[in-house]
Design a protein around this ligand. Structure first.
Ligand code: NAD
Length: 476
């Protein structure tokens, strides 16, 4: 299909305008929007779970080749429809950048492992042969964020289906249309290759109640949650096997052995990617005092705009709010917004080339301590490397998510990696290298730090089963 910009606009407009007025999802799992059917979308959570449960029985009996056929078609459709999904994501949520969402979907399509991720182990010895196989859990209940909505639904679907599971999504209501578009895509792929429907399903109106039904349903055998601390806690208290991919606050350390020009560019590239929505993105910098001016200079050469202390305080009032309990939190309205629009709120007008706001800050400043998910980056000048490591570890808050360092000193790189204990540690590159974009390794948008699975892939969604044959089946 060769889509023009006009075709893409038309589809995005129909989805954004249409879904609220769409005819209700039927118990068969179909939502109609302006004549377009959304497959796998149900009116109630129990119907969605039942459908995914029945589909999993069929999936269990499918060959690896048949599962791969579904996955290949999902990959093909993602590549073909990435322009629609990227645009839809930005229009619906108001967050992120179309060109970066396009890239994220390409990487989901090309670098999310399928069935090849599932390796059987064999143990042989005097007593015969033992096999360890990776078996499906059954139906997985998944919560997905507003920040990478379709990326997470599609990446989870590929891995979960490859491992023989079906999946029920309770997507973030703020990114509902984009998430349901992705669920529909998975079902269309299955339909094209003659596979069963409802390998991935969702509900037309996800709420806390539907999430609760999903968590408690005896038909759901595993939970996978990608989101902030609230939802991770809810899932981990369920008593079921749960994979928790939670919040981060990735620090960056830059020492005086680094290629400072490259560090400045890489940090801004990573921090500004999709307007800082990825949980792995650079959130605050600790730079040795003797290279901080040079680093800031190179950041400004690469699309950063430096604000002064008074402007930082003004900006805090815009992008942060005080909760009822007195705690300071982000103002969600500004998550993933363009730097240009954020700056305009404090009376600074800049051009399209400005993609990140930077400021010098103290360790205790909110912009250092709070996960903003906005293209705003605080830089703390530190006198020595020990202070840098100490502050960076504290700013990561023990989340063990992601950290970055720019240095050519292998002792420094090793010491920080050991001290910070994060799931992802990126050296001398933008943060997205950590999820396979410009770095080696597979892609995922579910990084399970709290529960330890790390960068999830098909094998994460499996149970290990052992089969023992005594005294036979050895060949030596
Ligand atoms: P969020 O936590 O607001 O929402 C995630 C999902 O959980 C949504 O579906 C939401 O409706 C639901 N939810 C929220 N609280 C709940 C509760 N107590 N019980 C049941 N359901 C609940 O997430 P968001 O704002 O869309 O995403 C941003 C957060 O997610 C950031 O903290 C980011 O770091 C994190 N994140 C982590 C990863 C990762 O792989 N580790 C990936 C993406 C996002």
């Amino acid at each position: 299909m060769n889509m023009t910009e006009k075709d893409i606009e038309g589809i995005v407009r129909r989805v954004v305008e249409g879904m609220n007025g769409g005819s209700p999802a039927s118990s068969q799992g179909e939502l109609s929007v302006n004549g377009k059917r959304y497959l796998g979308v149900f009116g109630c959570m129990n119907a969605a779970i039942d459908a995914a449960y029945d589909a999993q029985k069929q999936l269990y009996n499918m060959t690896v080749e048949q599962k791969e056929a579904v996955i290949s078609e999902i990959r093909r459709l993602i590549l073909e429809e990435a322009p629609i999904i990227a645009k839809l994501g930005v229009e619906e949520t108001g967050m992120g950048r179309v060109e970066h969402k396009l890239l994220k979907h390409r990487y989901v399509a090309l670098k999310t492992p399928g069935t090849e991720d599932l390796n059987t182990e064999a143990i042989t010895g005097d007593k015969g042969l033992t096999l360890l196989e990776l078996a499906p859990f059954g139906v997985i209940g998944a919560m997905t964020p507003s920040t990478n909505p379709s990326e997470t639904v599609l990446c989870n679907s590929i891995g979960m289906i490859a491992a023989g599971n079906t999946v029920v999504f309770n997507p973030h209501p703020g990114a509902l249309k984009t998430s349901l578009y992705a669920v529909d895509l998975v079902n269309r792929a299955a339909q094209t290759v003659g596979a069963p429907q409802n390998l991935a399903v969702s509900v037309a109106k996800p709420t806390m109640e539907t999430s609760d039904l999903m968590i408690k349903s005896p038909k759901i055998k595993m939970l996978c949650c990608t989101g902030g601390p609230g939802v991770v806690k809810a899932m981990l208290s369920s008593g079921k096997k749960a994979i928790g991919a939670g919040a981060g606050n990735p620090p960056v350390v830059v020492d005086d052995t680094a290629d400072i020009a490259k560090a400045g560019r890489d940090i801004i590239d990573g921090c500004a990617f999709d307007n800082n929505l990825p949980c792995i993105a650079e959130k605050e910098v600790f730079a040795l005092a003797n290279i901080t001016d040079e680093l800031i200079h190179h950041m400004c050469q690469n699309g950063a705009y430096l604000i002064n202390h008074d402007q930082m305080k003004q900006l805090e009032k815009v992008v942060l709010t005080e909760k009822d309990n007195g705690k300071v939190d982000i103002n969600k309205k500004w998550v993933g917004r363009d730097a240009r629009k954020i700056l305009a709120e404090i009376g600074v007008q800049v051009g399209e080339d400005i993609r990140c706001v930077i400021c010098e800050a103290e360790f205790n400043d909110h912009f250092v301590q709070i996960e903003l998910m906005m293209p705003i980056l605080a830089i703390v000048r530190v006198p020595d490397i020990d202070t840098a490591f100490d502050m960076a570890v504290k700013a990561e808050h023990g989340l063990r998510h992601t950290a970055h360092m720019h240095s050519k000193n292998i002792d420094h790189l090793t010491r920080f990696a050991r001290a910070v204990e994060t799931t992802i540690f990126v050296k001398n590159a933008p943060s997205y290298a950590g999820i396979g974009v410009g770095g080696e390794g597979h892609c995922t948008f579910t990084i399970a730090g709290p529960t330890g699975e790390g960068l999830t892939s098909a094998k994460t969604f499996t149970r290990r089963r052992r089969c023992v044959m005594v005294d036979s089946f050895r060949i030596i």
